[in-house]
Design a protein around this ligand. Structure first.
Ligand code: SF4
Ligand code: SF4
Length: 340
């Protein structure tokens, strides 16, 4: 339901329009003035990283049995993973797609910038400040990402558990992939992997990830709440006495940062409660591992169990995405396919 405008919205519009009238060529002048050597150019390699392996977490290695798990070997499009002598290694043929990272149940594979919690935080930041957040890949976007675009080597780098926790918390996250883009991709297992991950997460969360296929439809507008709190924040700085500084919730950026910190605190508390309940070690004196993905998912489940009346208004009623019809479920209810 559209929110009712008030005088604050009118003032923000007037301020925006006034700035545009005052300096109509600001954007062009800025880009011309920029030192060309300092201008950032799009390089897909900047968004890719070969994972390193923590073999001690591998189920196959610790059980010393091949039938225990082969998920990473099955998903790797280039057969770059070797598991021998209790050690997991990645060869130089790795495409840096990140699928092994999303698939491994014990998070054997790690990268500096694409760990599950970092991905969640990046998406949460964009989804909290912008009308729409887009998750996409380097082949689809082919340019530097805007702040509400999460650019990944492959959309399959987001695991099923991570999609679930995103869906529980945010209703404005879409995948941007032009039609047919995955058909020509050398990450041949990526499309199957992300359709299954998204489909299962949608089924669990009873909510939908949007799908955008046309680059002209990508929007980069701030949310009304964000613009209002930014405006009030700058008013506080300008006048120092309109509202007291003890209202950090009013500042847009601060509010988003606080939301993410609160989320991290909730997850840490959840881990502490679990360790209290079941102990940090197993009966064989092994350290219990709560992976980032599982922690995020449990946080999402905890959130979903919160009574509707106690949740913030934005998530109390989760409407089905307008793009929901573009993901359809097969007869087995396990594998979803994109049909648009
Ligand atoms: S998916 Fe993870 S646990 Fe399974 S074999 Fe590969 S590295 Fe080991
Ligand atoms: S799944 Fe992707 S990132 Fe992982 S080893 Fe294979 S090519 Fe490299």
């Amino acid at each position: 339901m559209a929110q009712k405008r008030d005088i604050l919205d009118d003032i923000i519009d007037i301020q925006d329009n006034w700035q545009a009238v005052q300096n109509p060529l600001a954007g062009i002048a800025d880009s011309l003035a920029q030192d060309p050597s300092q201008r950032k150019v799009f390089d897909p390699a900047d968004y890719k990283e070969k994972p390193w392996c923590n073999s001690s977490r591998c189920l196959r290695c610790s059980a010393e049995r091949e039938d225990v798990c082969s998920v990473c070997l099955d998903v790797c499009p280039t057969h770059s993973i070797d598991i021998h002598n209790k050690s997991v290694t990645i060869t130089d043929s790795c495409r840096k797609c990140g699928l092994c990272q999303a698939a491994c149940p014990t998070e054997v594979f790690n990268t500096r910038r694409h760990m599950a919690k970092q991905l969640y935080d990046n998406i949460a930041r964009a989804a909290s400040a912008y009308e729409q957040c887009y998750v996409t890949c380097t082949r689809a976007l082919k340019r530097l990402p805007k702040p509400n675009e999460i650019l990944l080597p492959c959309v399959g780098m987001i695991s099923r558990d991570l999609w679930f926790s995103i869906l529980v918390d945010y209703t404005n996250v879409s995948v941007y992939l032009p039609l047919g883009i995955c058909d020509r991709c050398r990450t041949t297992t990526g499309e199957d992997f992300y359709t299954e991950a998204i489909g299962t997460a949608e089924e669990w969360a009873k909510s939908a990830v949007g799908l955008e296929v046309d680059k002209d439809n990508l929007t980069h507008e701030f949310t009304r709440e964000y613009r209002r709190s930014q405006f009030v924040s700058s008013a506080i700085h300008a006048t120092e006495n309109l509202v007291t500084r003890s209202s950090p919730k009013l500042a847009g950026a601060q509010a988003v940062a606080k939301k993410i910190t609160d989320h991290a605190n909730r997850l840490n508390e959840l881990q502490r409660q679990l360790e209290n309940a079941v102990g940090a070690k197993t009966t064989q004196n092994r350290q219990r591992i709560l992976t980032q993905n599982r922690k995020l998912m449990m946080g999402g489940l905890q959130h979903d169990l919160t009574p509707t009346s106690a949740r913030p208004a934005a998530t109390a009623q989760r409407p089905a995405s307008p793009m929901q019809s573009t993901w359809t479920i097969t007869a087995t209810c396990t594998l979803w396919r994109r049909t648009a």
